[in-house]
Design a protein around this ligand. Structure first.
Ligand SMILES: Cc1cc2nc3c(=O)[nH]c(=O)nc-3n(C[C@H](O)[C@H](O)[C@H](O)COP(=O)(O)OP(=O)(O)OC[C@H]3O[C@@H](n4cnc5c(N)ncnc54)[C@H](O)[C@@H]3O)c2cc1C
Length: 332
């Protein structure tokens, strides 16, 4: 164990910028590294990513390993597992954190196998056990109905962390750190997959993950048509539309709207939950909202246990009146 030290964070990059999950992981990694009295090491992998090293330092890293190679331009399992294995074996971190993103979910288990250690996917909280110094990994279990804390006694301890579960540090451009350039050393022949085409999903207006206000609908909305009313209010409040799983499964709204355990985790200022019951799987995705307002015809619906304000009634009657009042107040 003696040779494993510190915390390492894989920083994902999109459109030439550190992704929000990267800054969140750096914030969390900094806290864990401070608790251990060790360093926080960031890893940047991609093409033309060297310029982002200083940003990783500004968000908390002490050291940044950069693997900048054209072959890393797009995420490919073979190339990324190979370079991350190389960096992890050089740095020998005690803890290795990745995002619970499509990249992290693919990369973490394969990397764990290469490094002969287990991993925990989809953690909501991480801490250091004061006695054993092992990482305590909290994650939902039994379909989101309970949370369990795991530890692992082999190194590195690998975990993926859900987006919005952690907070980034305030950016501090005066922070100093060391940048280490690592050659990818990739053999193009060893990369067994090719990206043939990329289709970018067009999102009109503000993204669900970034919205301060989310107007979310459930099965009780009944149709795609019903969601149009939610869209109008969301637009008025400069927010986004979300949904529970049934409206996505029924194709009333795109699957990207889903909030919850198997959807997006969001933390808006205001979450307006319309005709959804507030299942534990749904609440996993929105319980960090500052204020929840619920409209539901069932006074026993679980959402009323979570909501700060609630109206018991048929949404088809309550919602238009609610939206009209919002319009009136905004016009004043
Ligand atoms: C492993 C696993 C993962 C899951 N992941 C997710 C997830 O990520 N996100 C998610 O949302 N779910 C998820 N689910 C599904 C989850 O268990 C629930 O089934 C789902 O959240 C229920 O959605 P709902 O509240 O819209 O529907 P329901 O539970 O059917 O609730 C509909 C609500 O609408 C109300 N209602 C009906 N008509 C009206 C009306 N006219 N006016 C007012 N109120 C009305 C009803 O009173 C009821 O409370 C997951 C389940 C599993 C097992």
């Amino acid at each position: 164990m003696a040779e494993y030290k510190g915390v390492m964070v894989h920083c994902e990059v999109a459109e030439g910028k550190l992704m929000a999950i990267a800054t969140e992981l750096l914030g969390c990694g900094r806290k864990l590294a401070d608790e251990l009295g060790d360093e926080l090491h960031a890893v940047l992998t991609g093409s033309e990513v060297t310029g982002l090293a200083q940003e990783a330092i500004a968000f908390g890293a002490d050291k940044v390993s950069v693997v900048d190679d054209l072959l890393l331009k797009d995420y490919q399992t073979d190339s990324y597992v190979s370079v991350m294995e190389k960096v992890a074996k050089q740095v020998m971190p005690q803890i290795l954190l990745l995002g619970q993103t499509s990249v992290g979910r693919d990369l973490a288990p394969r990397l764990a196998f290469r490094l002969n250690t287990p991993d925990s996917l989809g953690c909501l909280e991480l801490a250091i056990d004061p006695e054993s110094k092992l990482m305590l990994q909290t994650k939902p279990v039994y379909g989101g109905n309970a949370q369990a804390i795991f530890t692992c006694e082999s190194y590195p301890q690998i975990a993926t962390v859900r987006s919005k579960a952690m907070s980034p540090l305030e950016r501090d451009d005066s922070r100093q750190g060391e940048v280490i350039i690592i050659e990818a050393g990739l053999d193009p022949e060893a990369i067994r997959t090719k990206v043939l085409e990329k289709i970018v999903e067009e999102v009109e207006g503000i993204k669900l993950e970034d919205a301060e206000v989310v107007v979310s609908g459930g099965r009780g909305i009944g149709s795609a048509e019903g969601f149009k009313q939610l869209e109008e209010l969301a637009k008025l409040l400069k927010g986004a539309v979300g949904a529970s799983r049934p409206p996505c499964d029924n194709n009333w709204v795109p699957s990207g709207y889903q909030v919850g355990l198997t959807g997006k985790i969001i933390a808006p200022e205001l979450y307006i939950a319309v005709a959804l019951s507030g299942s534990s799987q749904h609440m996993t995705g929105c319980s960090s909202a500052r204020t929840i307002v619920a409209i539901n015809k069932d006074p026993e619906a679980n959402i009323f246990r979570e909501a700060r304000f609630g109206v018991v009634g048929d949404w088809k009657k309550v919602f238009p009146a609610f939206a009209d009042k919002v319009k009136e107040l905004l016009a004043d």
